[in-house]
Design a protein around this ligand. Structure first.
Ligand SMILES: *Cc1c(COP(=O)(O)O)cnc(C)c1O
Length: 413
């Protein structure tokens, strides 16, 4: 009787014929495996959870890319590459690489494009981990860094970057919305300055997501994301990515990744692929929710100020407007003192008091107590974190429920 779906074949049994039956059970466990799938094209790329791949011949090793692109997971994996293709399409780049974290992605770029003779311009504020890598590690390798405060420079930022340029300036770096004050640099203006001086422009667009803005269209050379935030979107993975405007830069980073071992695991890549499918719909709703909540907070008597990129009152709104029509879900607001700020977060009932951001749930933190706290200040953090400021990541809850939760907690301070 022949079944419409035949049973799986044991490749080793087919190869050995009658000799297979002589094998000890211990050996059979090791050598039995099903035929690799041919003429089979899963709708969703599955998790290829394998350390290494089988070779048919010894000569295959010397073929370009070992004949199949795959030999060892650190060097390439179908599940991971699938997501690299998707992110590259969103960013409109020439190649994307996935990393085991956002910091792994960032440090790969800084180590690849800077050396002991180079100078970097870094606009601040930035993610605290990136700053700590700069002052604890990168400077020990001789890299010279000039920090420029986006909040303090305001509309003079482009001139300040121009003035800081040196003959050996190799890289200019900023975040699309500076973490944690949600400052907005003049990206178009500073890209122009960087390129005039032959420096590479790297932008961390984690706070916006690649759905909201694609900086390569505007001339950025390298775009960085922590996939742990909006790209993953469900608060269940750590990951990072870099997308390149030039294939040559992608090649440099790919070669580096083979030996630094910073690639993403296929399991995380699979969750990331799933998260990205709803990126657009999540960011549409999150942006709408954030605008409603920001407008409410702006009118609240206990709130000194709100910085949301979509509000016209944000000093950098005009720069955001040049690149995007929706403004994502990150905002900062000030309630006056650190005591009031911590009391507020501790009295919330729906909004989660936690670090990280970009998930489906609303999250809030007091940066001076947590992400940008004492440790950073002792490392010489060059900016100012207002003591009564909170960093707020809006989620997918109903905006009226978010407002009710904020109002009841504001009442108590
Ligand atoms: C979280 C974050 C990072 C670091 O990413 P990890 O995935 O946590 O390593 C870098 N930049 C920004 C803006 C971030 O928010």
């Amino acid at each position: 009787m022949s079944f419409p779906f035949p049973r799986g074949q044991n490749v080793t049994e087919e190869k050995m014929g009658e000799d297979f039956a002589k094998l000890h059970v211990c050996t059979r466990i090791q050598v039995s495996h099903a035929k690799p799938l041919e003429n089979c094209d899963p709708v969703v790329v599955p998790i290829y959870q394998t350390t290494a791949y089988r070779f048919k011949t010894a000569a295959q090793w010397s073929e370009p890319n070992h004949g199949s692109n795959y030999c060892y997971q650190r060097c390439g994996n179908p599940t991971t590459e699938n997501v690299e293709v998707i992110i590259n399409e969103i960013e409109q780049g020439q190649g994307t690489l996935l990393y085991s974290s956002g910091l792994a992605a960032g440090t790969a770029v800084f180590l690849e494009f800077l050396d002991s003779k180079s100078h970097m311009i870094c606009m601040i504020p930035i993610y605290s981990g990136t700053f700590t890598f700069f002052v604890d590690t990168l400077v020990r390798w001789g890299v010279e860094i000039t920090f420029i405060d986006v909040d303090a420079e305001g509309d003079n930022l482009v001139q300040a970057v121009e003035k800081a340029m040196k003959p050996n300036t190799k890289l200019v770096f900023c975040e699309i919305f500076g973490n944690p004050t949600v400052s907005i640099p003049d990206v178009l203006g500073t890209i122009e300055v960087a390129h005039k001086h032959n420096a590479i422009y790297l932008i961390d667009t984690t706070f916006a997501s690649p759905y909201i803005v694609q900086p390569i269209k505007f001339g950025a050379d390298l775009v960085l994301h922590s996939c742990s935030k909006y790209l993953g979107g469900h608060t269940d993975i750590i990951g990072g990515c870099v997308t390149c405007r030039d294939e040559a830069n992608w090649g440099r980073l790919k070669s580096q990744q083979l030996t630094t071992g910073s690639s993403m695991s296929p399991f995380d890549a699979s969750l990331l692929a799933r998260g990205i499918k709803t990126l657009a719909i999540r960011l549409d709703r999150i942006s709408d929710n954030a605008m409603i909540v920001a407008q409410h907070l702006e009118k609240h008597p206990k709130v000194k100020w709100v910085k949301y990129p979509g509000l016209e009152s944000h000093p950098g709104h005009k720069y955001a407007n040049q690149m995007m029509s929706k403004f994502s879900g990150m905002m900062a607001f000030d309630v006056g003192t650190a005591e009031k700020a911590t009391k507020l977060v501790e009295n919330l009932r729906i909004i989660v008091h936690s670090i990280s951001l970009g998930g489906t749930e609303s999250k809030i933190e007091h940066p001076l107590s947590m992400s940008h706290g004492k440790q950073l200040i002792t490392k010489g953090w060059p900016g100012t974190i207002p003591e009564g400021m909170l960093r707020f990541s809006i989620g997918l809850e109903n905006p009226n429920d978010i407002i009710v939760d904020l109002d009841q907690a504001l009442e108590k301070i």
